[in-house]
Design a protein around this ligand. Sequence first.
Ligand SMILES: *[C@@H]1O[C@H](CO)[C@@H](O)[C@H](O)[C@H]1NC(C)=O
Ligand SMILES: *[C@@H]1O[C@H](CO)[C@@H](O)[C@H](O)[C@H]1NC(C)=O
Ligand SMILES: *[C@@H]1O[C@H](CO)[C@@H](O)[C@H](O)[C@H]1NC(C)=O
Ligand SMILES: *[C@@H]1O[C@H](CO)[C@@H](O)[C@H](O)[C@H]1NC(C)=O
Ligand SMILES: *[C@@H]1O[C@H](CO)[C@@H](O)[C@H](O)[C@H]1NC(C)=O
Length: 811
Amino acid sequence: MIMRPTQIKSRHALLLASLSVLLLTASAVAGSTLTQGTAIGGDQRLASPGGVFQLGLFPVANNTRWFLGIWLTASPGAVVWVANRDRPLDASSSGAVTLSGRGDLVLLDAASGNDTIWSSSSSSAAVVARLRDDGNLVLADAAGVMVWQSFDHPTNTFLSGSRAGQDLRTGAVWSASSWRGADDPSAGDFRYVMDTRGSPELHVWKKGRKTFRTGPWNGVRFSGCPDMTTYADLVEYRFTHTADEVSFVYRDRVGSPVSRLVLNESGAMQRLVWDRATLAWRVFWSGPRDQCDVYGACGPFGVCNAVGAVMCGCIRGFVPSSPAEWRMRNASGGCARSTALQCGGGDGFYALRGVKLPETHGSSVDAGATLAECGRRCSSNCSCTAYAASDVRGGGTGCIQWFGELMDTRFIHDGQDLFVRLAMSDLHLLDATKTNKLVVVIAAVITSFALFLLSLGLLIWRKIRQHSKQVTKFDDIVIGECPSYLLETLREATDRFCPKNEIGRGGFGTVYKGQMADGQEVAVKKLSTGNRVQGLKEFKNEVDLIAKLQHRNLVRLLGCCIHYSERILVYEYMSNKSLDTFIFDPRRRATLSWKTRMDIIFDIARGLLYLHQDSRHTMIHRDLKAANVLLDREMVAKISDFGIAKLFSNISGHQVTERIVGTYGYMSPEYAMDGMVSFMQDVYSFGVLLLEIISGRRNQRSFNLIAHAWMLFEENKSLELLDPAMRDGCSPAELEQATTCIQVGLLCVQESPSQRPQMAAVIPMMSHQQALERPLRPVVCMPVSTLADLLNVQEDTSGNVELTITNLEGR
Ligand SMILES: *[C@@H]1O[C@H](CO)[C@@H](O)[C@H](O)[C@H]1NC(C)=O
Ligand SMILES: *[C@@H]1O[C@H](CO)[C@@H](O)[C@H](O)[C@H]1NC(C)=O
Ligand SMILES: *[C@@H]1O[C@H](CO)[C@@H](O)[C@H](O)[C@H]1NC(C)=O
Ligand SMILES: *[C@@H]1O[C@H](CO)[C@@H](O)[C@H](O)[C@H]1NC(C)=O
Ligand SMILES: *[C@@H]1O[C@H](CO)[C@@H](O)[C@H](O)[C@H]1NC(C)=O
């Protein structure tokens, strides 16, 4: 690390300050254990052996009320457990924590004659209380056996290793209740409990009303929480369902930051992860996520679709039970069967694909059965209304059978298949493979007749719709795949692709802002396919794959539209537009503090890491640039346009024609010269982007930012690269972080792809968790314009380049 004298001075001051803080806390910390005869009170604390957690008295409401609690040392606001939730102390000086004569841990209040404010009420006498590094306060008896632990009495938080669920032998429940308010830890209105009936799942209740369900455990995650798998590199899950216990536990992986699962005051479950780089908590997941997660939003036999034009629909074979209410968008009454079940051979099953399974508390579960066996069982029991696999692993095994209403079903990313019993007459599709020839013939006749009727109906329906807009429809979706939109729907949403709604234009097409009938804002990307139209099936496959990539730092694909040669993608709308409109704009640039920029850089790194290795379908972006990073309302950065390059590749005969896509300044030498594609192309672009964000300058023909950054680095003047618009506002710690970042940026743009770090290494590097190598001289010290002349490429206004290289395979 290179520092100038002023920096060194401030480093000393910082060191001294932190030392004195250490000394101060040391004087108040009384070890990690409490034994008979010892007590802590006032500002004294227990600290866990590694110092991760502390136990002591903390105040709320301007020091007027005091509670005994445990918090993360690095973030004292993050109180993870409270003892005397409902009986606060008036002052810290009067409180004392000690082991009572009976062997209970007690909190005494001297102001009221040493009244016991709170007691652990342990099962047998404890001789020692120990605060552990996982945040668990454990009481043990003389033989060292645990007699009580705070993990068994959660307040509003679950930590790594603490259980949510129920001990079926003793009936003890491990549940959480929210704080009443930010200043009031007493038990609030919301509770988070395990429903142990049927296939167990976690529920949030508000007083007597259920507000949210996670969906049953499906062997990998909760059926309604697909996000759980997206951070499986940080935490692992264990779900236990035995005769003794039903419980859900997560564990932070070794080396991963501390995370906590909190039921907050507004009834949301949040997964928060401590970011050691920025010293802040990051929300990785929260539930309910949207309107469809609100319990029973579409009533019994309804199915909720968060991205459709209309939120609630009925499962096929069902119709709204109260059409008048439905027209007024009140779907809570749900749906009713249109044709009564025949029982016997007269029924069949309709596969509702990609859903969060309905509530299971009245259902029967057999983990040992196969899915086929499950179908036979349900088919032969007249009261069975639906079935599904209880475990999605290995293509689906185990058996859940429902016997009554199907409640709280919704379409969800990576959802499961639910087989719903319908009268044969309601099933449009017959499974031809299982029927004999005669049936096939009959079916064909029936089907063509049905098709005739259907087209007739469609014609009439169109007519009706033209006359009145009252009829709402729910056929915008293709079940189980990325939703399809009708061209008409998108035309309406964008005012017939009106130029005034245009929000972007690039090599791939034009982007319009649109508003759906239900008010949802979307970004509609009309691809400029020209005559390079990809096959329908390949296009659909690619789009389905893109839609499966979901991450906080990727712009979400909501659906697509295929209409003759027209190809349109529909994305979530980002209100703060793209990053280039900020960092290259002299006025808006000044609004970006160092911290904001750092958050954006980390966001991009995380999104890219997900594309490269964490998602199930890894992907190279190939065109990462400031214009492809969008910012949402909270300035969270999300990467867009991933996977699009693939949509444009075209395979015809034996000749592979690959269109090289990329943008000046962001293309790595090996990609620009040889069309060599690897993850390292993205790392290179990331390095350029990082330097651009920090400096507020564009890497372009007239100014080679990489060469400039390298020159400053060589002269030990790296900090001069910083955007003057924010440099003066930076603290010494931030300047130090900036120096590190610039070095990481230079490591990413090194000439040889094998010398560049992988994305997985970049994040620890930027968080000072990994020693940095000295970067090698980057190659692009050759002026970019030379490169362009060399290649003789075309460039459009946005800087996109397009080259065509044939016979890549032959290289
Ligand atoms: C907190 O207490 C101090 C001193 O009693 C008082 O000056 C201050 O206004 C109080 N703040 C709030 C937010 O109540
Ligand atoms: C309360 O306990 C403290 C310490 O155990 C003791 O010094 C004090 O006399 C007690 N006060 C009363 C009123 O019993
Ligand atoms: C609770 O969490 C939700 C979802 O993350 C958030 O929108 C809400 O603001 C939080 N409420 C409080 C009081 O923190
Ligand atoms: C919605 O419909 C249900 C019955 O279908 C009715 O009981 C309820 O009052 C309605 N709610 C509103 C807000 O109109
Ligand atoms: C159908 O299932 C229900 C619920 O499990 C059970 O009570 C009933 O006996 C079953 N009926 C038959 C005919 O198996």
